[in-house]
Design a protein around this ligand. Structure first.
Ligand SMILES: [Zn+2]
Length: 113
């Protein structure tokens, strides 16, 4: 098994289609889908289609991409009525990042495990 942090599930599985994901939003630049191993009542993952390692690798030309991701998060939170249960939008850098491709967890509700 690949060691933590070096397997890019998003490029290799989700975006390639090798692992089917339940999409909730898709554009030319952004994909949002239900987490495949959710540990919360609602757990959405939002990713750029372009491979970007993490937040620290963003360049000025990514500004609109980041804005789109934030807007998508807000839209999904509203659409799924997540606000009543509390919402977190989380991204990780360094040792907290399990998958080496920028991604945002949009989470609401209690842990389900
Ligand atoms: Zn990637």
């Amino acid at each position: 098994m690949a060691k933590r942090g070096d397997f890019d599930f998003y490029c290799e599985q989700a975006l390639s289609g090798k692992t089917p994901v339940k999409k909730i939003y898709e554009s030319a630049r952004v994909l949002a889908f239900y987490h495949t191993k959710s540990k919360f009542e609602t757990h959405i993952v939002i990713i750029p289609k372009e491979h970007i390692h993490d937040l620290t690798h963003l360049k000025d030309h990514h500004n609109n991409l980041v804005l789109e991701i934030v807007k998508v998060a807000i839209d999904i939170a509203k659409t799924l009525d997540m606000e009543s249960k509390g919402v977190r939008l989380v991204t990780n850098i360094g040792k907290f990042q399990e998958t080496p491709h920028l991604h945002f967890h949009l989470i609401s509700g209690e842990k389900t495990f």
